[in-house]
Design a protein around this ligand. Structure first.
Ligand SMILES: [Zn+2]
Length: 189
């Protein structure tokens, strides 16, 4: 792996791989650019491909920046405050819900997950995002119930959704739609 300095794009990570079949260019959420190519294609061909896609990279970076500007933002200090509160409240809340609805769950851990509100392992341990605290109570509860139902069905089968729907009194679709209107915040560096 090598990093080259492109005159317009700045740093570009170049990765020659024996396994890759074609030249691939990607832009990460941070705006960092990665160019990977089959070793046999050679860096020169990869770089001329990059040259032909400079405008695309710039447009993609603009799109990412615009999308991030629309998302809610949160400071590091605020994240730490949320971590403190959620560690004190969410595991208890989860155990109370589990008891009320008759689920048996393992450990409950709180993480600063930004891609998912929660997840359930095959050992029935629950991992919840501390950003759940940015949701209204009834949606926090809905996410926890969704994860608790995964202790019974480790998939998103019809049986799983039927169970969730029973636990939320027939409001799964409604709650799901409401949840989708919320975004996990971007953490400002
Ligand atoms: Zn799920």
């Amino acid at each position: 792996m090598a990093t080259i300095m492109h005159k317009i794009l700045g740093e570009v990570e170049c990765v020659a791989s024996a396994r890759s079949r074609s030249i691939r260019l990607s832009v990460k959420p941070s705006g960092a650019v990665r160019l990977s190519y089959p070793r046999q294609a050679g860096q020169r061909r990869a770089l001329s491909f990059l040259e032909s896609r400079v405008e695309w990279v710039e447009a993609t970076r603009r799109k990412i920046a615009a999308r991030q500007a629309e998302l809610p933002h949160i400071s590091r200090a605020e994240v730490e405050r949320l971590r403190d509160t959620t560690r004190r409240t969410l595991p208890d809340k989860t155990r109370q819900l589990a008891a009320r609805l008759g689920f048996d769950c393992g450990r409950v851990t709180i993480r600063a997950a930004r891609t998912k509100w929660g997840c359930c392992t095959s050992e029935n341990n629950l991992s919840l995002s501390l950003f759940l605290a940015t949701l209204p109570d009834h949606l926090q509860e809905y996410v926890i119930i969704h994860e608790l139902c995964h202790t019974v069905h480790h998939n998103h089968s019809a049986a799983f959704h039927a169970l969730v729907d029973r636990c939320v009194e027939g409001k799964e679709k409604l709650l799901d739609r409401e949840l989708r209107s919320y975004r996990i915040p971007v953490i400002d560096e």
